[in-house]
Write a new protein. Structure first.
Length: 238
């Protein structure tokens, strides 16, 4: 997994995202989800299926079952009617969301930002734009760490919030401004550092360990496209 060109991984993420939205078969989507979970577990990729993610997946499933009834009825619960079609549709919609989250974890967990920037530059993307991906991938864990620090500081100062909607709103209120100030400070420091090193002064940029897009990478990308078309074609008969 780590030996694959990062550009191919990015293409695979895009192709996979498009495929899960085109596939309308619960059976194929279930196989797709199981494959993604297996890859994540085999390679020990960071990112837990936390309560918030699982709760959101369940909420998407229930919303589809309750508010979009279709097909043959299975049970009548007075307030709403449960149908077979709504259950299948709820699984498909929630499965798509879960697949996107898992694919993103796999991509981020197995891709070095500098290699991705080098690979994108090698296929013709200006390094100014490819560098934006490095910043995005590097700053996400930093902001998570800063958010944890802000929350710990609030607890030390005696701030206690309930686990309800009011507590959630209060948490957002008390953490937004400190996190914003911290983010702006880091952005200003990074901008000064880039300016001092002459970033953007030259048209081309060299890399210490350049990543080249080879014929093997092209063949792998074409194989992913063919596999995606086959999955979509098979889903029309299931």
């Amino acid at each position: 997994m780590e030996g694959i060109n990062p550009v191919v991984k990015l293409f695979a993420l895009i192709i996979g995202a498009v495929t899960v939205f085109l596939v309308d078969s619960a059976l194929i989507l279930l196989c797709f989800v199981l494959i993604l979970i297996s890859i994540k577990l085999i390679y020990g990729i960071k990112g837990r299926f936390g309560k918030s993610i699982l709760a959101l997946v369940l909420a998407i499933f229930l919303a589809q079952v309750i508010f979009v009834p279709e097909g043959d009825p299975i049970a009548d619960l007075r307030l709403f009617e449960v149908t077979l079609g709504s259950i299948i549709r709820g699984f498909i919609i929630s499965g798509r969301f879960f697949s996107l989250i898992t694919m993103s974890w796999i991509f981020v967990g197995t891709t070095e930002p500098r290699d991705l920037s080098s690979g994108l530059t090698d296929i013709g993307v200006p390094y100014r734009f490819s560098f934006l991906l490095i910043l995005a991938m590097r700053f996400v864990p930093i902001f998570q760490f800063e958010l944890s620090n802000v929350q710990q500081a609030q607890k030390i100062r005696g701030l206690k919030l309930d686990n309800d909607l009011k507590g959630f709103i209060g948490s957002v209120r008390y953490t937004t401004m400190p996190l914003l100030f911290s983010a702006m400070s880091k952005v200003n420091t990074l901008a000064s550092s880039m300016e001092g090193r002459g970033f953007g002064m030259y048209r081309n940029k060299t890399f210490l360990r350049p990543v080249r897009f080879t014929l093997w990478d092209l063949a792998l990308t074409l194989s992913l496209l063919i596999f995606s078309f086959e999955v979509y074609y098979l889903s029309q008969f299931l």
